[in-house]
Ligand binder design. Sequence first.
Ligand code: SF4
Length: 418
Amino acid sequence: MTRKQALKYGLVGVAGVCGAGAVACYLRSALNSRRPPQVSDIPPLTEKMWDLWKKRGWSREARHYVRLEEGIVKCLLCPNHCLLEPKQRGRCSNRINWDGRLYTLVYGNPCSFHIDPIEKKPLMHFLPSTGVFSIATSGCCLRCLNCQNWEISQKRPEETKDASGDEVRATPQRVNALTMQDAARLSMFPEDVVNLAERFRCPSIAYTYAEPIVFYEYMQDAARLAHEKNIKNVWITCGHITSHALEELCPLLDAANVNLKSHSEEIYADLNAGRLYPVLEALKILKDHGVWFEVTNLIVPTYTDKTDMIRRMCDWLLENIGPDYPLHFSRFHPAFKLTHLPPTPLDILLEARNIARQAGLRYVYIGNVRELEDAETTFCPRCKKAVVERIAFSVVGFHLKNGKCGFCGESIVGVWTA
Ligand code: SF4
């Protein structure tokens, strides 16, 4: 085992003091704890809990699945394609086979909501300096070892919400005075989401934080109502979705940030318990539908920091998507199962930015760093001047006129006004 492999599995410092048997034992247990949950591992929902969920309106029939023989259903929402026997739940924890039909358990019950600057998503070329009303439910179709939001993404709905007691409805009047107990019982149905976005004067709603694919029906209904009120929809996602589900969603989307986790099927399997191919397809579908999107690539030491892979990823983006969709390299911070790894060194992030620029990508950013003054700056691809300067998600200099560089007149792609 090389030092790099030892670092990857958290064995640095252990190998030196233990015998080979102890190391093998440690490695086995470390790997077991990283095993993604299988459908059979997820505890079933009790009848009582199901009744409470139904009463609240938090369970709704899913929109992308097929019914098979003997009460089995197959979820067609994400490429995991979970095959579920009666009462079983999908790998995301929040889809369940109940009496031979598939239900979502997270309709109208977000476990998190907030107003963020749009730059934090990150979206640098979409309605700059605006606030975005952001919601999330529990659950995720992936299992990233480095997940920053694992406290919601790796939880079951009943671990983040409480269906006992009286309902608390998210009205604009009530939402500012919520206690922690209220928040756990909060129902926020699609019309409430839109009312709240309006109340807080947010021109867009973000489906974000954990993974909105697994609250698809809730997102789709909120997005439809948002468009009726001229509010835009922003999808912050891993992109691990089936093509037909995404095609159906695209007309409701105005912007997206897709987390392209690596350019390797092996690393996707190892680090994220997912697949690369469907994510690449999702990027092509978004482009074909004219949805504005930006791509984020988190550089995780020992996993996704190889320069040849970063180069392949940039070449793929250039060839298949073109030079104008922004790419964000993001710094890893130790989290979830990878607390033993160091934060991404700054020189690797700078090298990645150089590789992307040399490949021909026009807008390249670095996220989660404080040391670099120009990490979040948009440069004109023609005259190279700074046209939008940002510090810590705030725009501090804006030199665009009608979407064109204020110095040389070059068009800067994006959605600059609502
Ligand atoms: S969304 Fe994905 S992980 Fe969840 S049940 Fe469907 S196929 Fe499984």
